[in-house]
Design a protein around this ligand. Sequence first.
Ligand SMILES: [Zn+2]
Length: 352
Amino acid sequence: MSQPLIVPGFVNAHVHPDKTSFGSAWLHRKPAHSLKDLISNDLETQLGYTDSVETRMGTLVSNAIASGVTAMRAHVDFGPQIGLKNIHGAAAVKDKYKDLIDLQIVAFPQFGLLSNPGAVDLLEAALSEGAELVGGIDPEGLEHDLHGHLDVVFGLAEKYGRRADIHVHDTGEVGYREIQEIARRTQALGMNGQVTIGHAFALADAPSAELERTLDAVAEAGIWIATCALGADPVPDLELMAKHGVNIVLGTDGVRDAWSPFGTASMMDRAHLLAYRTNAITDEQLENCLDIATVQGARMMGIDRVLNFDPADPRDAVYFEAQNRAQLVVDRPVASKVVRGGVQIAADGRLS
Ligand SMILES: [Zn+2]
């Protein structure tokens, strides 16, 4: 048999595991014509789930581990509509699988922060009940209060010494304004390298002087950009990002939830989608997508077991049957073996 190809563990840098129906009954989804529709369908779906967060998220996480995912940054919903039960459920899953995967929990104000009375207090409470990072969402586009929203997010990050990870779906001038203000506050608080912006669709806008200015501000503040290569949504030009020194990480976003029937727990699949969406042709372009799905995410999350990967002493590694890293991204085979801390934890897509 040929030599296996050994790569570092995968990192899902942006996922919503509390929303998933993975492993549960098939969801019959409603159409949505706007972000507001998607959010209200999401809430209705979550309120209707009969399986708990622990059950649904646990199934997704165990499948992810078996596919070679070694770390996840989970954006977990809270709000007066659902309280902190998703945060508590996610914290239970994190504890259950703590020897198999590194999970970071972001308290994510999916249903609004300032626009959702009671949510600010719940965000602060979430930070002492299982969430490590402070989340945010479209401060201007959805919340209509750029500074008020960011005062809360950065205020709590500073008060408790936490990192921040903020969703920004807005494009054009609104998106640039939000991203530039996040960069300005990151620099002002000395939080370089500790802030992530999810999606950042504005960074995939047509070339302009304002886009260039925004990219430079992002790079100077060391802000991580989490893309998910989703459906028809904009994906940043990886070469343009590299030219400006902007660091990209990769996530799945929601998996089989009210937002989309698509997605798997596998970051191998997602690296393939990123390569496909960015028109990768050369080995170098394909390998770059694999690096984004592994070491780049690990740099953002601070996962040494990925960053210290040594193919000569693979104590933390994922094994595949593939000729090389470029072919791996195209063929996305099942992981033949997953090793963590020198112990085999999964083989052929199943936990050991
Ligand atoms: Zn998201």
